[in-house]
Design a protein around this ligand. Structure first.
Ligand SMILES: O=C(O)CCC(=O)C(=O)O
Length: 268
């Protein structure tokens, strides 16, 4: 029986834009997903990216769409409690699986995940988009992703940037986009959320919640995190001018369509 978010957890998600759900996935899921992640790193998919410069310590490894290549990741999408957790947080009757994003930082990795929020990278309009950030190793607060509390309710969309190329803008345009403020310089003006986490805990966050992460400050502990993205009833495909990320193409959707097709399957 799935442990679904409680009413106070749902309220936290909606109010703060991020909530840590303790013990949401059992050890069996974590073990299967670790194996899938290690298999993926050995034989990555076509969208793999390495964000660590040659010769620098550690490794910031990024890949996408493990659910299409690894049975455990596919089972997580269709059989784990994830889709019901997503439905409850979003307050949605139906759930469409959008994509997944693997972010591994090996011990000693210096590269930060820059501050950003996710929806400007996506060709999707709508308020019901939730990510589940699932670490497969213990992470402490300092290495965890950090979230700007309540930023999903600012009504602002910030220009997406490449993670790797030192903050170069992605070539995607939208009249809503504005430059991202220097959040580190204005830390005293915001509240930040981050958690010490054990495998099985998951952070659920809204697609407009600003977030970023340090490198892996541990010299011995891996930081394998697998993020899955889920959309609800109000999500609609919205073509953008330029490059979206991840570059998922060939789905056949037209602007205004419900986000449901073979590439983005309905799972609830
Ligand atoms: O794992 C990280 O470092 C960042 C995760 C992230 O940006 C995301 O899941 O959208």
């Amino acid at each position: 029986m799935a442990t679904l978010p409680t009413d106070p957890e749902v309220a936290r998600y909606r109010e703060d834009g991020a909530v840590c759900l303790r013990g949401a996935f059992d050890a069996g899921w974590i073990e299967r997903l670790r194996e899938a992640v290690d298999a993926d790193m050995a034989t990555p998919g076509p969208m793999v990216r390495v964000n660590t410069p040659d010769g620098a310590p550690g490794l910031f490894f990024v890949d996408f769409q493990l659910w299409q290549r690894h049975a455990a990741a596919r089972a997580f999408v269709y059989e784990s409690p994830a889709r019901e957790i997503a439905a409850r947080l979003m307050g949605s009757r139906e759930v469409v699986y959008y994509h997944d994003h693997l972010l591994v930082k090996e011990p000693g990795t210096r590269e930060r995940t820059p501050w950003h929020h996710d929806q400007p990278y996506y060709p999707i309009d709508g308020a019901q988009i939730v990510s589940l950030w699932l670490p497969l190793d213990p992470v402490d607060r300092a290495t965890c992703v950090e979230y700007v509390k309540g930023s999903h309710r600012w009504g602002r969309w910030f220009q997406p940037k490449f993670f790797k190329k030192g903050g170069v803008d992605l070539e995607v345009q939208d009249p809503r986009f504005e430059p991202l403020p220097d959040l580190d310089a204005e830390r005293d003006r915001h509240e930040f959320l981050a958690w010490d986490m054990e495998p099985g805990d998951v952070i659920a966050f809204h697609a407009l919640t600003l977030h970023g992460a340090s490198g892996n400050l541990s010299s011995a502990r891996r930081r394998r995190a697998w993020a899955t993205r889920w959309c609800g009833d109000d999500a609609r495909y919205a073509a953008r001018v330029g490059q979206v990320s991840p570059p998922l193409e060939g789905h056949g959707l037209k602007p205004g369509d419900r986000l449901e097709c073979e590439m983005f399957p309905r799972v609830l």
